[in-house]
Design a protein around this ligand. Structure first.
Ligand code: PLP
Length: 429
């Protein structure tokens, strides 16, 4: 990565020595809303969505945004208006999508541990599909559907066991994973589901992993799924839709994942070649829709040069940007206003009291305290995993469109953090 080859281009770029998101100088947003501050580009989100829409054009297809990547109401609203449906993994996400004004018939529900309360609520509001992940979940869903006088639309999440040796980045589609039903058991699970009076089997789904940067795992997964569709349909159960999940990677550090439109033209060619071109296609992209569309502005608090390492202490931390601490992930970090002097090698770290609280290792930057930095590719799995660790309030979020910037989430206050707590005094009930 160089300063003129930023992940997230062309929506994040320098103009006259200043970093902009679309038409807005990021320094202005930092001044207005404070730091750390998440900034998302509408054009970048819509551009990422358009690639999928091009790839699936002319087909009966649903793009179900995986809400957990970034559950901000403003992001859900934007994607809903652009034609997205939604994939949720909890009752909380269900309420968010409803709160954003989306019809419940545009929601599908994934997740290995749906509670009875979550299932009842989803039955009550009438969602498009339950992506069931175990045989016991089939039993519970069937019983709850019968009890509420409803018929639950069901897809079974199959674990295609795509070979990890050839595709080392895959992690949720392996036999050893907690997700989905093993490929070998899938036929039996479908037979049982078809016999349950509270269920209506409509589809099949898988989700093989995240930050996938090759096309081969998808091609393999599609083949494995079609093999199953063939055997399931031989038992008399029609599979109306095939859901290939999400997982497509983004550019964090020069990564070159396949482009969504090209990937999908190849997957659809395979579908056609195998005689399943008439089936409805569903996908569940998360990171690839929002990841490169977001960044986090942070202020340099202190510089602490040392014998072994030079520390650049910033006001964003692992509670705001958890991916480095969680998965040793890389985010590009660039100055809002590059300085001309020679760079120094820094450890970019946050204020949280953990050695794991780092944002970037060995970054060559010319910085002074008070400078503003942008942590790039921070639109997915950052705010959605943010916490209050060290009693830090969660950051504010801004959605940028052209030269227009709107606050979509206020900075969390200490009042917000203390709201649910009770001060219990000795001698009082
Ligand atoms: C997280 C998740 C996704 C989205 O994954 P990305 O890597 O963000 O595209 C899709 N489907 C399911 C079931 C998930 O759990």
């Amino acid at each position: 990565m160089t300063l003129d080859n930023l992940p997230g281009r062309p929506h994040v770029a320098y103009k006259d020595g200043e970093l902009f998101a679309e038409q807005i100088p990021l320094r202005e947003l930092a001044r207005q809303y404070g730091t750390p501050l998440f900034v998302y580009s509408e054009a970048a989100v819509l551009g990422a969505l358009a690639a999928y829409q091009r790839g699936l054009a002319g087909r009966s297809a649903k793009i179900c945004y995986s809400v957990k990547a970034n559950p901000a109401l403003g992001v859900i609203r934007l994607l809903a208006a652009a034609g997205c449906d939604f994939d949720i993994v909890s009752g909380g996400e269900l309420e968010r999508v409803i709160a954003a004004g989306v019809e419940t018939a545009r929601i599908i529900f994934s997740g290995v541990g749906k509670t009875r309360a979550e299932i009842c609520r989803a039955l009550e509001v009438g969602i498009a599909c339950f992506n069931v992940e175990s045989e016991s979940e089939l039993d519970v869903l069937n019983a709850l559907a019968i009890a509420s006088g409803k018929s639950a639309p069901v897809s079974i999440r199959v674990n295609p066991n795509v070979d990890p040796k050839t595709h080392p980045y895959i992690s949720t589609g392996l036999k050893s994973s907690k997700f989905g039903i093993a490929h070998e058991r899938a036929l039996e699970a479908y037979r049982r589901a078809a016999s349950m009076s509270g269920l209506r089997v409509i589809g099949i789904d898988c989700h093989i992993g995240s930050q996938i940067t090759q096309e081969a795992p998808y091609m393999d997964a599609m083949d494995r799924m079609l093999d199953l569709v063939e055997s399931i349909e031989a038992t008399g159960t029609k599979i109306e839709h095939i859901d290939l999940g999400g997982g497509l990677g983004i550019d964090y550090n020069g990564d070159q994942p396949p482009q969504a439109d090209i990937l999908w033209s190849k997957l659809l060619a395979k579908l056609d070649a195998r005689g399943y071109g008439d089936r409805k296609i569903m996908i569940e992209p998360g990171r690839s829709l929002v990841g490169n569309a977001g960044l986090c502005i942070t202020e340099v608090l202190y510089l602490k040069p040392g014998d072994q390492k030079n520390f650049c202490i910033v006001d964003a931390a692992m509670n705001d940007l958890p991916r480095p601490a969680l998965y040793q992930a890389y985010h590009a970090i660039v100055p809002l206003r590059p300085r001309a002097d020679a760079p120094t090698r820094w450890e970019i770290v946050g204020p949280v009291c953990e050695s794991g609280d780092w944002i970037g290792h060995d970054r060559d930057l010319s910085v002074q305290s008070g400078d503003l930095l942008a942590v790039l590719s921070a639109g997915a799995y950052c705010m959605s995993m943010a916490s209050n660790y060290n009693s830090r309030g969660r950051a504010a979020e801004v959605l940028v469109s052209g030269s227009n910037a709107r606050l979509i989430r206020e900075r969390e206050t200490i009042t917000d953090q203390l709201r649910a707590e009770r001060l219990v005094l000795d001698g009082h009930p």
